[in-house]
Ligand binder design. Structure first.
Ligand code: ADP
Ligand code: MG
Length: 685
């Protein structure tokens, strides 16, 4: 139960004065459904303005507040701007310029002969001083002078700066005082303000200490919650599994394991013989060979007379894993089944029977394998592929499925930097497959301007004519998914005109049967070219495809590009990846694409990506979309996360039940950041 102190913060935003259903829509778009969300909707930046007595005092390019008296309105004919010629106290002339509809309000707000206070940016236009679209006009000075440092908030359609500022002000005026959850020594050392003050300050001006404190809160909440999961896991009893190796011995692999695979398998076995359930993440780049490591763990479970379940994020992947596992495990005699949402009727019934009576040792599937209607005889191991698709909450749900907590092996191919691993998977032990199986050919990566589209289609033509297969990736970039789908469909149509029936299309809005059909057509070699949005990002394995074209490559993050590129270079043939870029590239985008050319090491790309994005960050721009954080910026994550993690660890060591004063405050923090699943795990919590 959420503590009462937080009730006001979790009140819906439409309880505020002047916020009705109409305003709720744009607010919801920004995620501002509750007062708490508004409080944490920190300004992106601030406009600082200087009040000047006259124009002589002001510099061109400066944001000023000044008293001006309109002398003349001048509407140029047709589409030209509307101009107000105005004079300062000394008789210097400044023109206020308006375009379009804004002229109507300007006419009323700036009557000739009446002094007005005007805020805006002073520019020079030829010999003339001007302010284009003054941001504020007022007949009294005090209201404008209060805007000397004006917060600029992220908006959505239907909202204006004054509106959102008004809403924020209402929320800030009623913030409760909360007890301190940060270690007092740390507070002193960092000279951080208390929670409420920090919020007030962060809305009022660029205040790094306030911002850091608020970011730290978010990081601390996350670390605490993950650590509580870890602790609670430790105290649970699982099923120690002592496999005798009889199934694993029968495994006939056409290759020998890499050192990293052997090490990871040993780490996993070391966990699975313990009483406490395993909670381990297997991190390994695309193609690093995670599947065989997972299979080895699942065979160990089967040897011990228990069952294993492997969860994949999509049906395509579940099917692919199933096929791979069946092939790999052919000589072992284990019973492997596939269960997805598509299975209905008799086939489904028989799988459910097999899971219940234990005749199925290993089941692979989508989340269908954990529905209430599915019962296991003895589920002892859960493997979760592409872990990043599932939140911590879901992971916890899975853990409740067995009578005893099953061992959990999570796998991810998303190479993330070490700090972010801590943030996302802090409750788990980590095994890294940092060594690729031998014999991989490097992928020849080239960056090309989109102007060379004809050359690209030519190269693609030759590639397909030579019997090769290829991917064509269209980005998901616009606000609306349907626009992106339309773009992908248009590209598909254009390429189909060229290549006829050889082309297949997959995107996220296709029915899963159609998606699978297209994928199967491509995987079976019937289709030569697969046009796709990022739905192919994860896991798809078609070794015959050795060419990939990625459109608008600059729109993707490095990690995502790396994932996509990982679809090629899977066979023994040389692979090529063409990154098509637009003309106007930012410096960061240029560097990113250059890095893609330079290296194929996913862990390195991840670290560099974080550097590139972290460094270039402006105040409050939320580029941390791939992190579990809304407030902490990448830079703050880098510097403050280790501190938060340490602080969380110390707190749990001293007061694991969160019962002391600071512990109680920390509970509030967990609720505030909706990491309360952490609290639920506390006994009597
Ligand atoms: P991941 O799931 O980590 O992306 P996979 O498990 O799908 O990678 O393995 C990629 C490919 O490498 C598969 O074809 C697999 O059979 C092969 N493979 C795995 N381990 C080795 C190894 N040690 N030596 C050679 N090939 C391997
Ligand atoms: Mg895989």
């Amino acid at each position: 139960m959420r503590p009462d102190e937080l009730n006001s913060l979790f009140t819906e935003t439409d309880a505020l004065e002047g916020v009705g259903p109409k305003l709720m829509r744009p607010l919801e778009k920004l995620g501002l459904t509750r007062l708490r969300d508004v409080a944490y909707h920190l300004p992106d930046r601030f406009v600082e303005r200087r009040a000047v007595a006259d124009l002589d005092e002001a510099g061109v390019g400066e944001n000023i507040i000044i008293a001006l008296t309109p002398q003349k309105h001048s509407a140029s004919g047709g589409r030209g701007p509307f101009r107000v010629i105005a004079e300062d106290e000394k008789g210097n002339i400044c023109t206020l310029t308006y375009f379009g509809r804004a002229s109507y309000t300007a006419k009323k707000e700036l009557p000739v002969g009446e002094k007005r206070w005007v805020a805006g940016r002073l520019d020079q236009y030829g010999q003339m001083l001007q302010i284009v679209h003054p941001e504020h006009v007022s007949s009294d000075s005090s209201s404008l002078l209060a805007q000397a440092c004006e917060p600029i908030y992220a908006l959505s359609e239907g909202l204006t700066q004054p509106r959102i500022a008004g809403i924020a002000a209402q929320v800030l005026a009623q913030l409760p005082q909360l007890p301190e959850w940060i270690d007092s020594g740390l507070m002193d050392r960092m000279e951080w303000p208390a929670w409420r003050d920090a919020l007030l300050l962060a809305h009022k001006g660029a205040n790094a200490k306030a911002r850091d404190r608020l970011a730290f809160d978010e990081l601390l909440a996350n670390s605490l919650a993950l650590m509580l999961v870890r602790e609670s896991n430790r105290s649970q009893s699982g099923t120690p599994l002592h496999g005798d190796g009889r199934l694993r011995d029968k495994l006939q692999l056409p290759f020998s394991l890499t050192g990293a695979q052997k090490r990871s398998i040993a780490e996993i076995e070391g966990d699975m013989v313990q009483d406490a359930p395993m909670l381990r993440l297997l991190q390994g780049d695309v193609g690093s060979g995670k599947t065989v490591v997972a299979l080895s763990a699942m065979l160990l479970a089967a040897e011990s007379g228990a069952q294993a379940a492997m969860l994949a994020p999509t049906e395509i992947l579940a099917r692919q894993h199933f096929n791979t596992l069946v092939k790999m495990a052919a000589g072992t005699g284990v019973e492997i089944a596939l269960l997805t949402g598509r299975d209905k009727g008799k086939p489904r019934e028989s799988i459910l029977m097999g899971l219940l009576d234990g005749s199925i040792d290993i089941v692979v599937g989508t989340h269908a394998i954990f529905q209430d209607t599915v019962s296991y005889k003895e589920l002892a191991l859960v493997v979760i592929d592409e872990q990043h698709r599932f939140g911590v909450g879901q992971r916890l749900m899975l853990a409740r499925k067995g009578r005893r907590a099953p061992h959990t092996l999570a796998m991810t191919a998303t190479p993330i930097p070490r700090t972010l691993t801590l943030a996302q998977y802090g409750e788990m032990d980590v095994s890294r497959l940092d060594e690729m199986p031998p014999g991989r050919q490097p992928i020849d990566t080239r960056v090309l301007s989109v102007d060379r589209m004809e050359d690209v289609v030519g190269a693609l033509s030759r590639h397909l004519a030579g019997g090769g297969q290829a991917y064509w990736v269209c980005p998901m970039v616009s606000e609306s998914e349907s626009d992106d789908i339309a773009a992908a469909e248009a590209r598909f149509a254009a390429l189909a005109e060229h290549f006829g029936d050889d082309v297949a299309l997959v995107h996220g809005q296709l029915k899963s049967e159609l998606k699978d059909a297209a994928m199967e057509k491509f995987a079976g070699g019937e289709a030569k070219l697969l046009v796709a949005t990022t739905v192919i990002e994860v896991g798809v394995d078609v070794p015959g495809a050795t060419l990939m074209v990625i459109e608008q490559a600059e729109r993707f993050g490095l990690a995502q590009l790396h994932q996509l590129r990982g679809r090629v270079g899977r066979g023994s043939d040389k692979s090529v990846c063409l990154l098509l870029r637009g003309d106007a590239l930012s410096e960061t985008a240029r560097k990113r694409l250059a890095l893609m050319r330079e290296t194929q090491d996913g862990f390195r790309l991840a670290e560099e990506d974080l550097e590139l994005r972290g460094g270039g960050e402006l105040l409050g721009t939320r580029q941390s979309g791939d992190t579990p954080f809304n407030i902490a910026s990448l830079e703050q994550i880098q510097t403050l996360l280790p501190v938060a993690h340490n602080d969380a660890r110390l707190l749990i060591e001293r007061d694991g039940g969160l019962k002391g004063d600071r512990g109680e405050a920390a509970r509030l923090l967990l609720y505030l950041f909706e990491r309360d699943w952490g609290v639920q795990l506390l006994r009597g919590g």
